[in-house]
Design a protein around this ligand. Structure first.
Ligand code: SAH
Length: 353
């Protein structure tokens, strides 16, 4: 197995069966072998810096019905909320004071937030924070909507592909959602000029090692600037509630493989990883990740954006989260930095931003 990791390090890609073989046969020893390499590459491009993104979960209304997600429209037990534009701007204000230079506006696919309203919100954030990056994570839209958001000042877009295998995609989503449209969105976003993030859940129901290998090959093909992954965590009010959670070990192993596959990619150590293990986010950094995304949402809505069970940090103030992250990263010899943390493999072609 070590030869395969050496080969991946050298070529930055493997064949489908080679990736699958690694994923099926990984051990703690092999993981350590991988992480030493993935950390080295990460240090080469990003040193010991950790980029922070301020996450603003501005609505948990959603018109979609993804089978794994706690804010799916059929979940009658989800207590719904929306933030106003003023509340979103307040989150940015406190985030800016805490050193955040990227704001991530994430939400369910909520028709209340029309394109016009989103453009208004994005333009207001852009006007007040010309030195910050604006990241959107609001799901599948038309080319025209994505373009309007970009023109209003958004720079980046996170849209996990969830799984590159269309048959697997069909087992996790209702039939009105398609793998093809999800991928179409990602290519549209790239074309428009966004820094794009795709990603997937590790250990999602019905997932095979081959599926994960396909995810890596899809990532290689798309060449995104960011890749967000985290373990699948069952949510008790969803149809997939009885499936097992993804593991810490496999998620870390996948982070290492992604770092070797796209050496300079921005790779978050996610909240879901921190949820399945108390030091999950630190271990993610040690496996090659270089981004963390603390929450800036107001405390009174924090405990309502529950995509999965036992989500951490739902009671904390933004300042506490920021401080906690500094300590956590410091404890493993890394440093949270105050800057936009743009992708280094990205050359802005179309613009002023
Ligand atoms: N509505 C937006 C934002 C989605 S929420 C969109 O469509 O992109 C962000 C991510 O949370 C999802 O892409 C999914 O990968 C992840 N997620 C949802 N439910 C989850 C669960 N039960 N366990 C782990 N991750 C989950």
């Amino acid at each position: 197995m070590r030869e395969l990791i050496d080969k991946l390090e050298k070529n930055s890609v493997l064949g489908l069966s080679e990736y699958a073989e690694l994923i099926k046969n990984f051990t703690p020893e092999l993981s350590e072998y991988l992480f030493e390499k993935s950390r080295n590459i990460r240090h080469k491009y990003y040193g010991h810096d950790v980029y922070i993104r301020g996450l603003i979960e501005f609505t948990n209304y959603c018109k979609n019905d993804c089978l794994y997600c706690g804010i799916r429209r059929s979940n009658k037990n989800a207590e719904r909320y929306r933030l106003t534009k003023e509340q979103i701007l307040d989150c940015c204000e406190s985030g800016y004071a805490l050193g955040f230079r990227t704001f991530v506006l994430q939400g369910g696919e909520d028709p209340y937030f029309t394109d016009d309203l989103m453009v208004d919100i994005i333009s207001s954030v852009r006007e007040r924070y010309p030195d910050c990056a604006i990241t959107l994570s609001i799901g599948e839209k038309s080319y025209g909507s994505y373009k309007a958001f970009f023109d209003a000042g958004a720079n980046r877009y996170l849209l996990r592909h969830e799984t590159a295998n269309c048959e697997h995609y069909g087992k996790l989503h209702p039939k009105e959602l398609s793998c093809e449209n999800r991928k179409r969105c990602l290519y549209d976003l790239k074309e428009i000029g966004y820094q794009v993030g795709c990603g997937f859940m590790v250990g999602s129901p019905y997932q095979t090692a081959e599926n994960l290998a396909e995810d890596l090959l899809f990532i290689k093909e798309l060449q995104p600037q960011m890749v967000g992954i985290g373990p699948f965590i069952a949510q008790h009010d969803t149809p997939l509630k009885d499936f097992k959670n993804g593991t810490l070990e496999l998620t870390l192993f996948m982070l290492g493989l992604i770092r070797l596959t796209l050496p300079d990619v921005l790779l978050p150590s996610t909240t879901a990883l921190g949820t399945i293990h108390p030091r999950g986010r630190e271990l993610g950094i040690l496996a090659g990740a270089n981004v963390v995304m603390p929450n800036l949402s107001p405390t009174n809505v924090r405990n309502k954006y529950l995509l999965y069970d036992n989500k951490i940090c739902t009671g904390d103030e933004a300042a506490e989260c920021r401080h906690c992250m500094e300590l956590r990263m410091g404890s493993i010899g890394y440093k949270v930095v105050v800057n936009r943390g743009d992708a280094i493999n990205f050359h802005q072609i179309n613009s002023y931003k």
